[in-house]
Each structure stands twice: as structure tokens, then as C-alpha cells.
Design a binder for this molecule. Structure first.
Ligand code: SF4
Length: 324
């Protein structure tokens, strides 16, 4: 049985229950026509002035009869999740709520995990066993990230794709691990890429993935994918609850900033692209990011899924010219 997820959750519990997690974001953005999925939600009454991700997630979940259950992160993700879940309940889906405590409290988080494990019909023991297996894959993802920023052998897009896919391990951890190990074997043979401008990408994953190739064409490479890296649980923490306590994304911009600042320095980043989705409340956080990060910052706004528009390309060009 498939369980839809709208963001990273303790996926160990889903696998431990013998179910398959499906990150609806990944299905949406890799669909043959993501824009058609957005329009389908609008035809049902979803507002035009609402984040396209939410509309895409709605249509993906609604249209897949195999996804009968969805885990809803009611705190620590998206302010639109409540209404998304209400409309999915109307479409006959079962909703399991999960909340990341705002203050990062260990006991509250452990309680949430306990509820999730029970709701899925599994146990702590089985969940911890799965964690051990997933951590073996996560070690390879840490290596992939290292090959990106330290050795220049992995492109920014490849880094993005592998890390973002670790929210559900492409629904098949064994296959994911096999493909990842093969990929790492191949990239190690690559010559070291000649030095490019080193860019950090912070913010939610882009709805315009060709941004990465566009940067590469212009002599810049993303060496840090902030949120995608967080999905991969890079700290390899042994304690399951602590792992999701260290995960920065659900705990607000200040939790994220301490990780971002450390990584910007360690990865010797030249400039930052802050991506903000149209109609997303996270756009407000741009003003905090600009005050806290003392590097050149370009804020990009994506709206519809698809290729970058001419205006965004021009802004990227001007930014890269400025920092060269
Ligand atoms: S981009 Fe913002 S509004 Fe859209 S789904 Fe993500 S958090 Fe929600």
C-alpha cells in the first residue's frame, strides 16, 4: 500500500509498516505535464493565487487510487497543508497528522513519532531497524555531497536530484542504493571540473529545475543545496528522535540559518541564490536571510512549473556578471 507524503517525515516508520512512501512533490515535478496537474486543481476550485506545488500535490494524490492514505505535516511545513488535507479528505483519502514541535522539543517530537508509528501499525523496534538500513544509504549521500563541493565531480543538478529523492528513496531503498553506488563509481572517474563560481542554493526545491543547467552553462555551479541536503539527514545521528530534531527545515528560519552559515563557510561559497515560490509565506523570510547572510544574494521567485522565463534568466546573468 502506498502512503503519500507532502514533505519529509520519519519515512522509517512507513517502510517499517510494510508500506511504500510516495513523495507527492517528486511525482508532481517529474510528471509529463506538471502544469496540467496545476490547472486540474484550479478547475476544481483551487485559487489561482496559490502556490503551484500545493495544486500539483492535490491532483497527484487525488488521481492515484493506490494512495489511500496521506501523512499530513500539520506543523513545521506549509501553511497551506491544512486546507490541502481537507480537500483530500473530501476526495476520500485517509489523513494521518504529524507535527514537528516548533520549539524542537525532544519529548514532544518523540510523542509525535510514537503516534505515527501506532497509526501506521508498526513498532519502534521495526522502525529503528529500518533506520539502520537507510543510514547506510545516507552515508553514500554524504559522500555524493562531498564529491560535489570538495571534488567538483557531481553537478549541482545531480546533487539536487539525489538528495531531494531521499525523502522517499524513490519508493524503493534497495534499488535507490544500487543506482547510487553505481553513480558514485562512475563520477569518481570524472576529471575534476575546472573552477566555477561557487553558488549556494537555499530555500525550497525549485519548480524550475533547469536553473541548475543554466548556471553551469554560465560558469557557475551549485555546491550546496540546503533543503535537499536536509532531506537526506546528513548528520547520521544514531538516535531516531534526535535525527528529526537535528533536521532543520521544520523549525523555522533561525534553525536553518545556523546550518546555512556553517556550510557557506566550509564550502567556500561565493554567492547565494535564495529561491522563493510565488504565494509562499516563506518569501517573508527573505528579509531575515538578507540581514543574516553577508554574501551577494539573488532572490529568485518561481511560479509555474516549467522552464525559467526570460526575466529570470536575465536576472541570473546580471547577478553572475556582478560577482565575477
Ligand atoms: S513552496 Fe511554500 S506554499 Fe508552496 S508548498 Fe512549499 S511551503 Fe507551501
Amino acid at each position: 500500500m502506498k502512503v503519500g507524503i507532502t514533505t519529509t517525515i520519519p519515512v522509517e516508520a512507513v517502510f517499517a509498516a510494510g508500506k511504500i512512501p510516495v513523495d507527492l512533490n517528486n511525482i508532481f515535478i517529474t510528471a509529463p505535464s506538471p502544469q496540467a496537474l496545476v490547472e486540474e486543481a484550479e478547475e476544481e476550485g483551487y485559487p489561482r493565487n496559490l502556490c503551484a506545488w500545493i495544486k500539483g500535490l492535490y491532483t497527484v494524490a487525488k488521481n492515484d487510487p493506490e494512495i489511500s492514505t496521506i501523512i499530513a505535516v500539520t506543523q513545521g511545513d506549509c501553511s497551506n497543508t491544512h486546507a490541502l488535507m481537507e480537500t483530500l479528505m473530501l476526495a476520500g483519502k485517509e489523513i494521518i497528522p504529524f507535527a514537528y514541535p516548533f520549539d524542537r522539543d525532544y519529548d514532544l517530537l518523540a510523542h509525535q513519532l510514537e503516534k505515527l508509528i501506532k497509526a501506521l501499525g508498526t513498532s519502534w523496534e521495526k522502525t529503528r531497524e529500518v533506520k539502520k538500513k537507510l543510514d547506510e544509504i545516507r552515508k553514500f549521500l554524504v559522500e555524493l555531497d562531498f564529491l560535489t563541493y570538495a571534488e567538483g565531480k557531481v553537478t549541482g543538478f545531480e546533487n539536487h536530484l539525489w538528495l531531494v529523492s531521499s525523502s522517499d528513496f524513490n519508493q524503493n531503498p534497495e534499488e535507490f542504493q544500487k543506482e547510487l553506488e553505481e553513480f558514485l563509481k562512475e563520477v569518481k572517474k570524472r576529471p575534476r571540473e575546472k573552477e566555477k563560481l561557487r553558488i549556494a542554493y537555499i530555500g525550497v526545491p525549485p519548480i524550475i529545475p533547469d536553473l541548475y543547467d543554466y548556471l553551469e552553462e554560465r560558469g557557475a555551479r551549485v555546491v550546496f543545496n540546503e533543503v535537499q541536503r536536509q532531506f537526506s539527514m546528513p548528520y547520521l545521528e544514531e538516535d531516531l528522535v534526535r535525527q528529526y530534531q537535528l533536521y532543520t527545515y521544520p523549525y523555522g528560519i533561525f534553525a536553518r540559518l545556523s546550518d546555512i552559515k556553517k556550510e557557506l563557510e566550509m564550502r567556500e561559497v561565493d554567492a547565494v541564490i535564495h529561491y522563493a515560490q510565488s504565494f509562499c509565506y516563506r518569501q517573508i523570510e527573505d528579509l531575515i536571510i538578507r540581514r543574516e547572510i553577508h554574501l551577494p544574494i539573488l532572490t529568485l521567485e518561481g511560479d509555474k512549473p516549467g522552464r525559467m522565463d526570460a526575466r529570470t534568466r536575465m536576472r541570473v546573468d546580471a547577478f553572475l556578471d556582478m560577482i565575477r
